[in-house]
Design a protein around this ligand. Structure first.
Ligand code: ADP
Ligand code: MG
Ligand code: ZN
Length: 612
């Protein structure tokens, strides 16, 4: 902005100079009609050269016999004849001159006074105006904040329909009703049915909320207005409310239409929780949304869709009947849905004939739709990098790991000793996972570094699970200890490579005690009240709602869990020293073991992993 600002000042000064040049030029020109003094005039009258004098205020316009003209000035207060007499004009000579008095009009009079004072004021005003205009375009947004920047997305270039959304059966059914209403409102109104007003889409990030909203727009074929709630909130108080008003007005004008407010939790948080006091910007915006939702007429055909991944923090007022009273839950996809989603995202990708997407789906529990779309894309990129014509199964498997852990880092240089430590560390994890029947089966062990991990043991659950049991957690803790234990056992030393495992194990153990009530001696009680900081949206404060004595007990219980896990791990490593050596050596040699190779290596030893 400052650059433009200076440019502008220079421009203003320049035009000022130009103005004054033009003025002085004009004035000079007008003076060309020769100005003479009163004595000269008197003299010329006496000589009989003057034929007429027009008096206008204090200006005298003089016409000569030879048709030339001149001007002169007299004092304003005295009359012309008086003045001329004083200058010695003979009455006889004066009689030959036709004297006319031009009445000075009011306009001329005032102009005579005002113009000289007004012009500088006007010029200064002009400069200010230019500066202001500049500031306005410079900080455009600052002055343009009342508008909602609402996007009218008809998605004409890429319309999305329900068939492009895999799984989510219940959600689609619920939304089909909305589509139906937008298409035939009469059917509903005739039966006196209340029209759905607001529909809240709830689901983890990447589960397809935005996608589904777009599909509703595509199916019902009405204008679709899309705004992210975070766009409501600006640095100026009051902007959010005015943008909200604007957004709803636009949607109403285009009715029947859909207004989609994405990430509504950005403004829809419970009121009164803000750190900015009871009257902050977010609250005003939320209030305005409530007002707008209530302000719809019964037959206004505008449906408000909103999406959030945090329904728990929404203000209850938003969820009241008549507002966002319909809630559509979008779950993480299950095995079949994952396969469907993979199919949708492989539509334009050439897959090699033998590729089985079901196998990919099996290896990706917990993946969201967005993760799966990303996976297919990574698979295609890997295939392209290897100059293949189509995508192989292996590319997709590799893409899974890339999505989970980050890219492989083959180039990372590690010493032979470090490599050996990593090999034993991962073998430790793998053997313990294979020995415990509650653990998830191992799919892959590798010492190739990926993301932040030096090496890793990939375990995947056999089936979808929503609930987890204490014995599963105990096994998991033991597997986490596996790397540490193996290092200590083999090298009689421990490395920093185990630090992340230990951190995760400690956190898990703490959760077992304080959140899940799984400690025997403390019993089924939860400890600590985790509060959220409103502006960061993350857990940062944990209210300690227990005594110091209990705190000590909690720490003791956590230690007990960890030590128990450590003992299990030590026992397995000690009794399977040979298996550990075999796997570590093979890893050093081959770097990566797939499940099959791994299980084959275990066969001679007395370890029988569960199959999957
Ligand atoms: P969010 O729930 O965070 O709004 P999106 O709707 O933006 O998630 O989903 C991100 C991407 O993930 C979509 O563009 C789509 O490619 C993919 N995706 C998510 N869920 C599905 C699904 N059920 N079917 C097909 N693709 C999906
Ligand atoms: Mg989204
Ligand atoms: Zn480890």
């Amino acid at each position: 902005m400052s650059q433009n600002f200076y440019k502008n000042i220079i421009f203003a000064i320049f035009s000022l100079v130009a103005f004054s040049l033009i003025f002085s030029f004009l004035i000079e020109k007008s003076q060309k009609s020769q100005e003479i003094s009163i004595n000269q005039l008197a003299e010329k009258i006496n000589q009989g050269e003057v034929t007429e004098i027009k008096v206008s205020g204090e200006v005298l316009k003089i016409g000569f016999k030879d048709k030339t003209q001149a001007t002169s000035k007299k004092e304003a207060e005295t009359s012309i004849t008086e003045t001329l007499k004083n200058f010695g004009v003979e009455p006889a000579a004066l009689q030959k001159v036709s004297l006319s008095i031009e009445e000075q009009s009011g306009w001329q009079f005032w102009a005579g006074i005002l113009i000289p004072t007004l012009i500088p004021v006007l010029i200064i005003g002009f400069i200010f105006w230019m500066m202001f205009r500049q500031a306005r375009t410079g900080v455009n947004q600052a002055f343009n904040f009342g508008r909602s920047n609402i996007r009218l997305s008809t998605f004409s270039k890429e319309k999305i329909f329900f068939k492009d959304v895999a799984g989510l059966k219940e959600a689609k059914e619920e939304l089909r009703e909305v589509v139906d209403f937008l298409k035939n409102p009469k059917k509903f109104l005739d039966l006196g049915a209340k029209i759905p007003r607001g529909v809240l889409l709830v689901g983890l990030p990447g589960t397809g909320k935005t996608l589904l909203a777009r599909a509703v727009a595509g199916e019902s074929n009405v204008p679709f207005f899309h705004i992210s709630a975070s766009e409501f909130v600006e640095m100026f108080v009051g902007v959010g409310a005015s943008r909200t008003r604007d957004a709803f007005m636009t949607a109403k004008k285009a009715s029947p239409s859909i207004l989609f407010i994405d990430e509504i939790d950005a403004v829809g948080r419970q009121r009164g929780a803000g750190l900015g006091g009871g009257n902050d910007e977010r609250e005003q915006t939320l209030n305005q949304i409530l007002v707008e939702l209530d302000g719809f007429d019964r037959d206004t055909r505008v449906i408000v869709l909103a999406a959030t991944n945090r329904p728990d923090i929404l203000d209850p007022a938003l969820l009241r009947p008549g507002r966002f009273d319909r809630r559509v839950i979008l779950d993480l996809p299950d095995l079949n849905d994952r396969e469907e989603i993979l199919k949708i995202h492989s539509r334009e990708k050439p897959l090699e004939k033998s590729v089985d997407l079901k196998k990919v789906a099996q290896r990706t529990p917990g993946f969201s739709g967005a993760d799966l779309a990303n996976l297919m894309n990574e698979g295609a990129i890997l295939a392209a990098r290897k100059n293949q014509k189509d995508i192989l199964q292996g590319d997709l498997f590799e893409a899974i790991e890339k999505v989970i852990l980050g890219p492989e880092r083959r180039s990372r240089v590690i010493s032979a000793k470090e490599k050996e430590i990593t090999a034993y560390h991962e073998s430790g994890h793998a053997i313990i996972a294979a020995s415990l029947k509650n653990s998830d089966p191992v799919h892959k062990v590798t010492i190739i570094s990926r993301g932040l991990a030096g090496g890793y043991t990939l375990k995947l659950p056999i089936e979808e699970r929503r609930l987890r049991t204490k014995s599963q957690f105990l096994s998991e803790l033991a597997v986490m200890m596996g790397g540490f234990v193996a290092e200590k056992f083999v090298f009689n030393d421990v490395s920093t490579g185990a630090s992340n495992d230990l951190k995760e194990a400690s956190e898990l153990a703490r959760r077992l005690v304080t959140k899940y009530g799984m400690s025997d001696s403390l019993g089924p009680i939860t400890f600590g009240n985790t509060e959220e900081m409103v502006f960061l949206g993350r857990e940062i404060t944990t209210e300690k709602n227990y005594s110091e004595k209990t705190a000590t007990q909690i720490d003791e219980e956590i230690t007990k869990f960890i030590h128990h896990a450590l003992e299990i791990a030590q026992k397995i490593v000690r009794t399977n020293k040979k298996a550990l050596d075999t796997i570590a050596k093979t890893l050093l040699d081959k770097e990566t073991l797939e499940q099959e190779d791994f299980y084959n290596l275990l066969k001679p030893f007395n370890i029988k992993p569960i199959s999957a």
